[in-house]
Design a protein around this ligand. Structure first.
Ligand SMILES: Cc1ncc(COP(=O)(O)O)c(C=O)c1O
Length: 321
């Protein structure tokens, strides 16, 4: 840290600072579409158009249809809605077992765990020593009672990118739904909603504003989902509450920029990461955790013995230098 400057900020898993172009788009939106998008007057109609433009931009990044995007306050809410919203459907199908990767963000593991009191069996599926959760590990646990398989596309602590295609194929061959938390993947690595039935996204992990996110839910499932916030019936009845057109505009713009730029950006960031790794590797006893190939380009997880802030699940890992 120099003089009175702030320290360098590297933790883009926790929050990626807002892109100035996103901020500009939001400022314009505060001037042009600052109205209730659910009102039928002209101001409301403009705000509505802004929200629907954003929904289309979000859908495009995910490879989804706009009608499959439910706006929420972030990925935490989207994860909660995915589990709580589908519970009745799983019950009705006699599928009360949930298979959840054991290295998920708390908003997934706790949303799943909260269904135990409703009689669900929640099976935590462990990773390999390098951070991958394999389809084979799910295969030994999946059964006709499995309602949902949930695994994050990119891990929020060590950045491992999972083989969602293989996991999705396995889950669907057993009639189970597939959920993925895309909070650390969308806008950083290629994602494909066609492999998924439910997925959660957060704007502020991809240089958008804090406080908005989305749940992707297929049209077939929308009718079966129960809302967890009730009231005005916004978002097709799945998430009541006035949608902020300026916030949606920021999220949509971040998605549009990511769609256009993430391939080049991934190359740029991974070369910076490799330089950083090279420099930090000279620190005695340091090592890198996580599979070195299938790893989000923006992630570098290193440790030195004795340092704290250790992911709760890492003791079961070996280290990969
Ligand atoms: C993988 C993952 N899921 C969910 C969240 C929560 O996202 P939000 O802040 O949008 O609620 C985070 C944030 O740290 C995350 O890393």
């Amino acid at each position: 840290m120099k003089n009175n400057q702030m320290p360098y900020y590297f933790d883009y898993h926790a929050h990626a600072p807002i892109d100035p172009r996103v901020k500009d788009a939001m400022m314009r939106a505060f001037d042009n579409v600052d109205a209730n998008p659910h009102s039928t007057h002209i101001h409301g109609t403009h705000a509505y158009d802004g929200v629907e433009r954003a929904r289309a931009q979000i859908a495009q990044l995910l490879g989804a249809k706009p009608s499959e995007v439910v706006l929420t306050s972030g990925a935490t809410e989207a994860n909660n809605l995915a589990f709580a919203g589908m519970a009745d459907h799983f019950d009705a199908q006699g599928r009360n077992q949930l298979l959840v990767s054991s290295i998920e963000h708390a908003s997934v593991s706790e949303a799943a765990g909260s269904l135990k009191k409703r009689g669900f069996e929640v099976v935590m599926v462990p990773p390999e020593p390098d951070g991958r959760i394999t389809a084979e590990t799910f295969a030994s646990r999946i059964s006709p009672r499995t309602g949902l398989v949930s695994v994050g596309w990119a891990n929020h602590e060590i950045g491992t990118v999972q083989d969602i295609s293989a996991i999705s194929k396995l889950a669907r061959s057993h009639g189970a739904l597939v959920h993925s938390d895309l909070a650390q993947a969308a806008g950083k690595v290629a994602v494909d909603a066609k492999l998924l039935d439910l997925a959660s996204v957060s704007a502020h992990k991809m240089h958008g504003p804090v406080g908005i996110g989305a749940l992707f839910v297929t049209r077939r499932l929308r009718a079966k989902m129960k809302p967890h916030l009730i009231g005005g019936g916004q978002e097709g009845g799945l998430r009541s509450g006035t949608v902020s057109a300026p916030m949606a505009t920021g999220f949509g713009t971040a998605c549009e920029l990511s769609s256009a730029e993430f391939v080049d950006e991934a190359e740029r960031v991974s070369s910076l990461r490799d330089k950083l790794l090279h420099r930090l590797s000279s620190i005695p006893d340091s090592s890198v955790n996580g599979f070195s190939v299938m790893r989000s380009t923006s992630s570098l997880f290193m440790h030195r013995p004795g340092l704290h802030r250790w992911p709760r699940w890492l003791p079961i890992f070996g280290t990969v230098s």
